[in-house]
Ligand binder design. Structure first.
Ligand code: BTN
Length: 279
């Protein structure tokens, strides 16, 4: 390993109660989500973390691949074995996005690195984190349900964060960036992962306590890049534009339409694409 990114360093930095306490670290794996899926059937506990330095078949959303070179980025999956109803699983993506953005800020603060106002991380509802209008993080949440026993199910939350400076392939150069590429700061991947997991654990516990996102809904809306911006909703029933007003306590995006009515957009049902550049 070329930097401090290895299992013992990570274990030493993790101060969580359950998130990441069981930890699998690979120098290279096909995909941490795939590996998590293989492990999840076995005797792994809620909060198990699967981390890799490189992925050979990183999975993005909508069947896309996820660029996963070695020695550059975070690729990890958290296995959750919750006791809430499956319908609530979509909210976990929002909990995770919030944790990544806040975890990133925590690492910057602890390393005394200044994060300029225009370089702060923002959430692009529901799955991405952006800095300076380009994507630094994507989240792929998958539900694994045992066909023979539907009560036996778990969630795989896969997160990729572009950390160090790097060249991106031609097809994504216009919309992908890294934390270092935007801010000039190379964060410790171990520290960043530990900070993200700490915020994740706190936020997840709040989510469980309330049964929804209300504990950090306002804080989420403060860092929601779509907020008060015009968005185009690609609803299969018909595309429309409106202004995003924030999320509800269950994670839907509120869209104020030109006639003044407000609609709730569900993650997964529609895509939201801004009309100013990528956002
Ligand atoms: C997206 O398309 O925006 C989601 C990308 C998710 C990538 C991460 S990297 C770690 C985990 N393992 C995978 O194979 N994918 C997710």
């Amino acid at each position: 390993m070329k930097d401090d990114y290895e299992i013992n360093k990570l274990k030493g930095l993790l101060h969580t109660k359950w998130a990441g306490r069981q930890l699998f670290f690979y120098e290279s794996i096909d995909s941490t989500n795939k590996q998590a899926s293989r492990l999840a059937g076995a005797n792994v506990v809620h909060g198990t973390l699967v981390v890799a330095d490189a992925q050979t078949a990183g999975k993005g959303r909508h069947g896309r691949s996820w660029e996963s070179p070695e020695d550059k980025n975070l690729y990890f999956t958290i296995i959750l074995k919750p006791d809430f109803e499956q319908a609530k699983a979509a909210m976990i993506t929002l909990v995770t996005a919030y944790a990544v953005a806040e975890g990133m800020k925590k690492t910057f603060a602890q390393e005394n690195a200044t994060l300029a106002q225009d370089k702060k991380p923002w959430i692009k509802w529901p799955n991405d984190i952006i800095i300076g209008e380009k994507k630094v993080c994507g989240i792929l949440t998958e539900l694994n349900i045992n066909a023979k026993d539907p009560k036996d199910w778990h969630i795989l939350v896969g997160v990729g964060v572009n950390v160090k400076d790097q060249d991106f392939p031609e097809e994504i150069i216009g919309k992908a960036t890294s934390i270092c590429g935007e801010t000039g700061v190379t964060l410790s991947r171990s520290k960043l992962l530990a900070d993200i997991l700490e915020v994740f654990e706190e936020s997840y516990e709040e989510f469980m306590r309330k049964g929804d996102l209300s504990s950090f809904q306002d804080a989420y809306n403060e860092i929601l890049v779509n907020r008060n911006r015009e968005v185009c909703v690609l609803d299969p029933k018909g595309e429309y534009t409106g202004v995003a007003k924030g999320i509800t306590n269950t994670g839907e995006l509120l869209i104020e339409r030109t006639d003044g009515t407000v609609t709730e957009v569900y993650a997964g049902e529609v895509s939201v694409r801004g009309i100013y550049g990528y956002v």
